[in-house]
Each structure stands twice: as structure tokens, then as C-alpha cells.
Design a protein around this ligand. Structure first.
Ligand code: NAD
Length: 244
């Protein structure tokens, strides 16, 4: 069956890898982006040129009105929405005592309220249709806590709580809610890390390598698949063993 999949923050990194994976398996993919219009359009054109089904839509996930417009656009373009991947996120390395109130709000509004906005908007369609899958992208720091990333860790831990609670609430409507918790993945988000730190992180990983965007995309794809039909409220670590 051809599914319709919304992926937030999908013009690059993990979201892009997930969009390519779903599209290659024949699904309709709605690629959400905030600022990267050129990259999002290039991705859509690339997928369409290969015969796949894709479209993109600009929306800041922290803004409810923009999210509602995106969900409406997706429904009009592709019909019933089957899968939502809440991937959009930001990170920042900072001492807790230096985090300003504004920085705290931006982090929480993007990484946690964004998940609330997109999920609630999509659920308005999934609950009546009694079918749907939601995959949230948390982080190992949401599980283990990351020093100098307290606001990021708090938001990502919030996503885990949201995932578990919502899985219980919407399970009777045949909607599954799961979460992936990536470890250190080589995307643009890691650009701020110097070579020495990345080498140290690699050496602390039992598989002795850093993750790639496609490693997380595969976990997302699995959780969204029929093969995972009895799995809900789960947090799937994708860390190479960094957190076990
Ligand atoms: P990335 O920076 O390449 O991708 C994040 C995407 O989210 C970007 O395209 C960005 O523009 C988009 N985005 C940010 N704020 C947005 C907003 N308000 N509205 C819409 N889009 C927005 O990094 P990535 O590594 O691909 O990150 C994807 C997800 O994986 C994030 O949630 C991140 O926290 C999580 N994650 C990444 C790592 C890692 O090591 N790279 C580890 C754990 C978790």
C-alpha cells in the first residue's frame, strides 16, 4: 500500500535520509523545511526525477498555524496521512548557567512544542480514520543527559515522555507512537564538534564508528512499517552501543 508520510526538517540530515528511504519504497513523501527552500526543492526534484512521489512545504514546527497549513496541504495533495516523523530539531552546546530564557524557549519550542504541534494537527485526521503511525526523534541525551546541553536534553527527554503517554492514549484508535534515540550521527548538527571530540566519541562507541543519517532513517522506517505493528511506546536506541 502506498502511504503518505510527513517528515519534518527533512531538507538535510536524518530527515532527508528518511524521506529518500520512504520515497524509494513507493510512499508519498511530504518534506517539511523551515529555511532551506533550495535544498528542499532540489530533494523533491531529485526524487521525482527518479519516478518517486514527493512534495515540500515550508513551515516552522514551533508555529501552530504554519503546521496546520502544512498538514492541510499534505491531505489535499496526497489524501489520507499515514505516518508522521517528528524529526525537526536544533541543538546548542552551552553551560546551563549561561542559557538565557530566550534560548531555553527557542530550544523547547522547536524540539518539544514542535512535536506537540505536528502530532496534534495530524492526529485530528488519524484518530477519526483509526489508523496512523508517529515516530519521534529524541536523542541519547534525552535518556542519559548531556553535559552542556541541559535545555536540549530536557526537550529530548520530554519527547520520550510524550511518546510513552500518547502511545497509551491513542493505542485504542489503532495509532502507534514510537521514538528513536540516536547517538552521535554525522550530520550538519555535528559541525560544531572538533575532530578530537568526534574521535573521542567514536572510541567510546562499542562499534567504534559514528552513525550515519541512513542508520537512523532505517530505524524510523522499521518502526513505521507493518513489521512493527505490535510495537508502541518504545524508545529505540540507534547509538552503536554508546548507551546500553
Ligand atoms: P540537521 O541539523 O541536519 O537537521 C535538522 C533539521 O531540522 C534541519 O533541516 C533544520 O532546518 C530543521 N529545523 C530546525 N528547526 C526547525 C523548525 N522550527 N521548523 C522546521 N524545521 C526545523 O541535524 P540532524 O542530525 O539531521 O537532526 C535531525 C534530528 O535528529 C534532530 O531532532 C536532532 O536533534 C536529532 N538527533 C541528531 C543527532 C546527531 O548526532 N546528529 C543525535 C541525536 C538526535
Amino acid at each position: 500500500m502506498k502511504r503518505t508520510v510527513i517528515i519534518t526538517g527533512a531538507s538535510r540530515g536524518i530527515g532527508k535520509a528518511a524521506a529518500e528511504l520512504f520515497a524509494r519504497h513507493g510512499d508519498h513523501v511530504l518534506i517539511n523545511y523551515r529555511h532551506s527552500e533550495e535544498m528542499a526543492h532540489a530533494l523533491v526534484n531529485n526524487l521525482k526525477n527518479q519516478g518517486y512521489s514527493a512534495a515540500c512545504f515550508q513551515a516552522d514546527v514551533s508555529k501552530r498555524r504554519e503546521v496546520d497549513l502544512m498538514v492541510e496541504f499534505c491531505r489535499e495533495k496526497f489524501g489520507k496521512i499515514h505516518v508522521l516523523v517528528n524529526n525537526a530539531g536544533i541543538s546548542e552546546s552551552k553551560l546551563f548557567t549561561d542559557i538565557t530564557e530566550e534560548e531555553w524557549d527557542i530550544m523547547l519550542n522547536t524540539n518539544l512544542k514542535g512535536v506537540f504541534n505536528c502530532t496534534q494537527s495530524v492526529l485530528k485526521q488519524m484518530i477519526p480514520q483509526k489508523e496512523g503511525v508517529i515516530i519521534n526523534v529524541s536523542s541519547i541525551w534525552g535518556l542519559a543527559g548531556g553535559s552542556c546541553e541541559v535545555h536540549y536534553s530536557a526537550a529530548k527527554a520530554g519527547i520520550i515522555g510524550l511518546t510513552k503517554a500518547l502511545a497509551k492514549e491513542v493505542g485504542p484508535s489503532n495509532i502507534r507512537v514510537n521514538c528513536v534515540a540516536p547517538g552521535v550521527i554525522q550530520t550538519d548538527m555535528m559541525n560544531g564538534y572538533d575532530e578530537t571530540t568526534l574521535e573521542e566519541l567514536k572510541n567510546q562507541t562499542p562499534l567504534l564508528k559514528l552513525g550515519q543519517a541512513r542508520d537512523v532513517a532505517s530505524a524510523i522506517f522499521y518502526l513505521a512499517s507493518e513489521e512493527a505493528r505490535f510495537i508502541t511506546g518504545h524508545v529505540l536506541n540507534v547509538t552503536g552501543g554508546f548507551v546500553v
